[in-house]
Design a protein around this ligand. Structure first.
Ligand code: AP5
Length: 227
């Protein structure tokens, strides 16, 4: 099963990815997480990536494609994978087609910009594990402390309000066209076309998960996708 999770910054892709990767027993490939790991290196490339991420701009297609191509060759991807935050430009989507990396299902999580700002500004993360909380919606048992390790939670450097607004603009200008790209392709006769489902992500994380699974069921009944 190869899945693409599409949606604005903070729409809940990472939160929902956990349910899908468990259900299908596939790894989550988050280009954001991969880039944050590269940023820790004090190399020229690491610094350039950090600068782009902290200002809410996209990292170059060249770097992203290099990372993704390498990652999907690893053995845990043999039965599929879930892309979280990739592709983010038409050039990245085209590269997948060119490399004949075909996708079973594209899932769009639809959330309004106002809700996104509320979600991202309240997000807190446990950096070593990637566990994510929200100060109001999913608070840790003790404020600013990870439930599992007792370590301090932090805010991502790109989760400031000014950067969130830029990330939203970048999303609408550069990533949003992918919705049309995949939706139209899914309606074509091409046997390599992915299925496409759009779900309302404005409810709670549990409501979104339920909507996601019923949409996948519905789509598999209609299109014969491998669920
Ligand atoms: P990335 O790390 O991918 O960030 P993003 O797409 O902006 O998405 P987020 O991780 O911020 O949010 P999410 O949708 O996973 O939401 P989450 O589940 O955490 O990318 C960061 C940067 O890296 C980019 O800006 C770019 O610079 C670069 N980059 C990455 N990929 C790239 C690519 N392919 N090409 C070029 N550059 C790339 O939820 C958010 C919060 O809301 C959490 O606190 C959560 O607890 C809460 N929450 C979740 N669901 C709900 C709900 N239903 N109700 C209430 N709260 C909820």
């Amino acid at each position: 099963m190869r899945i693409i999770l599409l949606g604005g910054p903070g729409a809940g892709k990472g939160t929902q990815a956990k349910h899908l990767t468990e259900k299908f027993n596939i790894p989550q490939i988050s280009t954001g997480d991969m880039l944050r790991a590269v940023c820790k290196e004090s190399t020229e490339q690491g610094l350039a990536i950090k600068q782009a991420m902290n200002s809410g701009e996209l990292v170059s297609d060249e770097i992203i494609l290099q990372l993704v191509k390498r990652r999907i060759k690893e053995s845990d991807c043999a039965n599929g994978f879930l892309f979280d935050g990739f592709p983010r430009t038409l050039a990245q989507a085209d590269a997948l087609v060119k490399e004949e990396v075909f996708i079973d299902m594209v899932i769009e999580i639809d959330v309004s910009d106002d809700e996104i700002i509320r979600r991202i500004s309240g997000r807190r993360v446990h950096q070593p594990s990637g566990r994510t909380y929200h100060v109001d919606f999913y608070p840790p048992k003790q404020p600013d402390v990870d439930d599992v390790t007792g370590e301090q939670l932090t805010q991502r450097l790109d989760d400031t309000e000014a950067t969130i607004r830029n990330r939203l603009e970048v999303y609408h200008n550069q990533t949003s066209p992918l919705r049309q790209f995949y939706e139209q392709w899914s309606k074509s006769d091409d046997s390599n076309a992915p299925g496409y489902v759009k779900i309302d992500g404005s409810g709670s994380a549990a409501d979104t998960r339920d909507a996601l699974f019923s949409a996948l069921e519905g789509d598999s009944n209609n299109s014969g996708a491998k669920l």
